[in-house]
Design a protein around this ligand. Structure first.
Ligand SMILES: *Cc1c(COP(=O)(O)O)cnc(C)c1O
Length: 516
């Protein structure tokens, strides 16, 4: 079997690398993103047969299909621990059907109740195993520290994924006072022997800029490598090792729908995804390439509608676009980094075109794709954006109609799906449990306008208490244990640091030294 090597979207990688190296590198040399040389395919029968396997084995089968350069038994055991006891259902990603043609793919049954777990339970295990394999091949001689700047969800999912993983430690920075009570407690109570959490004086932008400057400080990297034997890595959502686990659940979901009699084998479905960095919807596109009978991909945006405008016009423009905070904060993104991979694929893999557009984006804050590429975009995608109030109204409407509580991100997708759908059944990617966003779910259920204050007695509740209240009022399914018990756990991390590069670097060194 020929090895499937990874090339990059901008044509700078002269020697394609194997999966392990692509995972360890994250970003390709020259700033492009890794993509596999070959996208494999499955027959309809092979896809439907996956339903006979437990989820971990479905995932292992897809990884092997991509010819990852790891022994098959290793892939099997990593997947078994990725999709194991830490999930609250053996189905891992169950499908709740609102009606015959509207299906919700619940991607939040993992340890942090957000869909990031689907990939961030998987990537750290493959990252650690990849590093180990590269060490054995004499291609690596150091350990890693993952540095993450987070506005809430990603940080917790990354901490939970990397905790107690061999050869890797993780430090997470969040804006002090800038995350919800639930998000704060999720991070500040984190367990594990290789983890650190810092509150940063400033906003998310300060955290992100601080992290970026630290990554780009070559002298610091050399010092860290020489004195500590450690390299910094980001493990962010452009890593191919985060995308591949997401491809799995779309293929798996289709197989499951057929097995459950929700769709006839071979009948097409549409998939609607609440989109930020374009990773989740790109994964659905790859699932379609592999052979999953997916017709249209429906891209849902919130008020930060840069992707919707791009899909509808062919121009990606952030030159005069304000960044808006919405009830679906994990989609508050202006630079959608995984779109680069999608355009690479839709241009028939033309790295010159991609390099040019990314250059335009850097220099002019916008780019426009050519006519042929735009036609390909229109063939594959439909897009719509959903405003803040519309999002909350949708949470209420769906609850009243079906007794099912959506989180605000999923509500954006549900509304967009209603606006865009045709005849096909729709599979909606549900990216968070409602209890991660209790404030806005409460607003929705009590007809309090988006952005308005909660009543004083409600605002005084902790996140856990508010969720309990909502649960009682709605009789919705129980709040996941990991969220429900947060008030009872000891706060472990209280350190507040400045957001400048020197302060972050000093904290990184102190943390790495503390692990010895
Ligand atoms: C990250 C995230 C998204 C956006 O996913 P992308 O892959 O960045 O498009 C949507 N909803 C939630 C809850 C998220 O955490």
């Amino acid at each position: 079997m020929a090895e499937n090597l990874y090339i990059d979207t901008r044509g700078n990688v002269t020697e394609p690398v194997p999966f392990t190296q692509a995972v360890i590198n994250g970003l390709a040399q020259g700033g492009g993103l890794y993509v596999p040389q070959n996208v494999p395919s499955l027959t309809l029968e092979q896809i439907c047969d996956l339903a006979k396997l437990p989820y971990a084995e479905r995932a292992a089968a897809i990884y092997k299909l991509f010819d990852v350069d790891m022994p098959a038994e290793l892939v099997d055991s990593l997947m078994a621990s990725t999709y194991g006891e830490q999930w609250d259902t053996a189905d891992i990603a169950p499908i709740s059907s609102l009606d015959e043609n509207t299906h919700i793919l619940e991607l939040w049954h993992g340890p942090t109740s957000a869909f990031k777990d689907m990939a961030l339970q998987c990537l750290p295990r493959f990252f650690s195993a990849s590093a180990q394999l590269l060490r054995e091949r004499g291609q690596l001689d150091h350990e890693f520290m993952i540095l993450v700047a987070t506005s809430g969800d990603t940080g917790k999912a990354a901490l939970e994924g990397f905790k107690d993983v061999d050869g890797v430690s993780i430090g997470v920075m969040y804006p002090d006072g800038g995350v919800s009570d639930i998000q704060y407690k999720q991070m500040a109570t984190q367990r594990g022997s290789n983890v650190q959490v810092w509150a940063v004086r400033g906003n998310f932008d300060d955290c992100q800029t601080g992290a970026k400057n630290t990554f780009n400080d070559e002298a610091f990297a050399q010092k860290l490598a020489a004195e500590q034997g450690v390299a910094l890595s980001s493990a962010n959502s452009i890593n191919w090792g985060r995308l591949l686990p997401q491809v799995v659940y779309y293929i798996s979901a289709y197989a499951q729908m057929v097995a459950d009699g929700k769709v006839e084998a071979g009948a097409k479905i549409d998939v609607c995804v609440p989109t930020g960095n374009f990773g989740n919807i790109l994964a659905a596109w790859y699932a379609k390439q592999i052979g999953t009978p997916i017709d249209m991909l429906l891209c849902a945006s919130n008020t930060n509608r840069v992707l919707t405008d791009f899909i509808n016009t062919g121009t990606y423009d952030i030159s005069d676009r304000p960044f808006v905070l919405t009830p679906s904060p994990s989609m508050d993104i202006l630079v959608s980094s995984n779109l680069e991979r999608q355009l690479f694929e839709l241009t028939g893999r033309n790295p010159q075109a991609i390099a040019g557009w990314m250059n335009d984006l850097r220099e002019q804050k916008k780019f426009q794709v050519d006519k042929e590429t735009f036609a390909k975009v229109r063939e594959a995608f439909r897009a719509d954006s959903v405003g803040d109030q519309e999002c909350l109204d949708t949470v209420k409407e769906v609850f009243d109609q079906y007794g099912y509580l959506l989180d605000p991100h999923t509500a954006v997708a549900y509304r967009a799906a209603q606006n865009l759908r045709g005849e096909n059944p729709v599979l909606i990617a549900s990216t968070a449990h409602w209890a991660k966003f209790g404030n806005n779910v409460y607003r929705a259920l009590h007809n309090i306008a988006a952005g308005d204050d909660l009543p004083a007695e409600v605002a005084a509740l902790s996140g856990c208490q508010l969720n309990e209240l909502i649960q009682k009022e709605t009789n919705a399914s129980a709040v996941p244990a990991g969220l429900a018990e947060l008030d009872d756990l000891d706060i472990r991390f209280t350190q507040v640091i400045d957001g400048n590069t020197a302060a972050i670097e000093e904290s990184v060194v102190a943390f790495v030294e503390s692990l010895k």
